[in-house]
Design a protein around this ligand. Structure first.
Ligand SMILES: *Cc1c(COP(=O)(O)O)cnc(C)c1O
Length: 395
């Protein structure tokens, strides 16, 4: 699958085929065995992947669910969060984070992000705290971990539950501690384009709390009691991981760290080429962060024109995300102003990145970008390299 352009691209935004072809042929035997076994939902392949994923994240439990959006909703419901509760969500995220809060019956309250990292901070979260706030969702957007020490301290001092949305950050860490191991519950998506992607939809919640793990598992299985399958102790839903996805994820997991390193070295190449280019601003990565570079996002003043120039050269780009969540029609009514995210949204551009991308192609993209930004229309642009230090929500 090639995403990013309808015409054949010289440099696609993302290409999922090479990762699959790196898997050993035995994966086909495993899939055939599963198809012959008739054991499609749950079962030993799911249990095996859950155990490996929990261990990878440094957690006691991983509960497989149908997708990353369900992972967030079920984590919230498992924690008893619902009607009357407010949950702080950064406005610069994929809408699924906020949508899951609403689906759980609670209200997402959006906070702004830091101008340098484009992530939420304790200061931006503190600005939207109310007596109804019960939880905060730290979104490790683009594969960059939030400052989890600071957010943990903030959650502890305010009595909030800290939940992680790590859908874009498999294997990233803050202070050498992996994302997925910080929150009371941490949520992952294994959507095909994510850093660890299935061949369909899949997700998981990680936690150290055995009670929470079994509650999330029950909620995703119609509230069914473990001891008596005909007894439904609460109203849940159908959100289960299937054996084929679990087998594919287990086959890919041993490659994840190498793929992450490949992403890292490609991004460093991009950064070294782009760091002095006028009109291009890099997203900052504070040293305690070890990033999993899901999306290669830069900020460009004259974004629309530059994206067109790249498209004409067959380079796939995208925007993550053009409209901050609080301005989406689905959340109409939140009349807040979150200026950092709003202004960044007009400049964000995602450049091609996947582990098997060739270095020569990175140079092609950077050459094209350099040509595009040096075009005359950019003369007189505002100085683009002095972000304010914190996107803290003031009012
Ligand atoms: C992909 C994603 C989700 C949702 O995951 P799905 O598996 O697509 O439901 C949630 N949050 C973020 C930040 C994501 O990127």
């Amino acid at each position: 699958m090639v995403v990013g352009s309808s015409v054949p691209t010289a440099v696609p935004l993302i290409d999922l085929a090479p990762a699959m072809s790196e898997l050993p042929e035995e994966i086909l035997d495993v899939c055939r065995d599963i198809l012959r076994s008739g054991d499609f939902i749950g079962g030993s392949f799911v249990e095996h992947f859950e155990a490996n994923w929990a261990a990878y994240c440094g957690r006691r439990y991983a509960v497989g669910v149908a997708n990353g959006s369900d992972a967030i909703e079920l984590a919230l419901r498992g924690l008893g969060i619902g009607r009357g509760d407010e949950v702080i969500v950064p406005t610069n995220t994929f809408i699924a984070t906020a949508e899951a809060v609403s689906r759980a019956g609670a209200v997402p309250v959006f906070c702004d992000v830091d101008d340098a990292t484009l992530l939420m901070t304790p200061r931006s979260a503190a600005g939207v705290l109310t007596p109804r706030t019960v939880a905060v969702i730290a979104v490790h957007l683009y594969g960059q971990p939030c400052d989890m020490e600071a957010l943990t301290a903030f959650a502890n001092s305010t009595g909030l539950m800290l939940i992680e949305d790590a859908a874009q950050a498999h294997g990233a860490s803050w202070q050498a501690r992996k994302v997925g191991s910080w929150g009371v519950a941490s949520c992952f998506s294994f959507y095909p384009t994510k850093n660890l992607g299935a061949a369909g939809d899949a997700g998981a919640v990680t936690t150290d709390d055995p009670w929470l793990a079994s509650r999330i598992r029950a909620l995703g299985n119609h509230g069914r009691s473990i001891s008596d399958g005909n007894r439904h102790e609460m109203l849940g839903c159908n959100s289960r991981l299937d054996a084929l996805q679990a087998a594919i994820l287990s086959a890919k997991l041993p490659h994840l760290d190498r793929w992450t390193q490949q992403r890292e070295s490609l991004v460093q190449l991009y950064r070294s080429r782009l760091k002095d280019l006028p009109g291009v601003l890099l997203v900052s990565e504070p040293p305690p962060a070890s990033c999993a570079h899901h999306l290669n996002v830069v900020r460009i003043c004259d974004r629309e024109r530059v994206a067109q120039v790249l498209a004409r050269r067959g380079i796939g780009t995208a925007i993550h995300y053009p409209v901050p969540c609080h301005l989406q029609p689905a959340f109409a009514g939140s009349s807040v102003s979150l200026p950092v995210a709003e202004s960044a949204a007009g400049e964000l551009l995602t450049l091609p990145l996947f582990p098997q991308l060739e270095e020569a192609r990175v140079h092609d993209v950077c050459d094209a970008l350099a040509d595009a930004v040096s075009a005359p229309s950019l003369v007189g642009q505002r100085d683009h390299r002095t972000p304010t230090t914190d996107g803290g929500h003031a009012a």
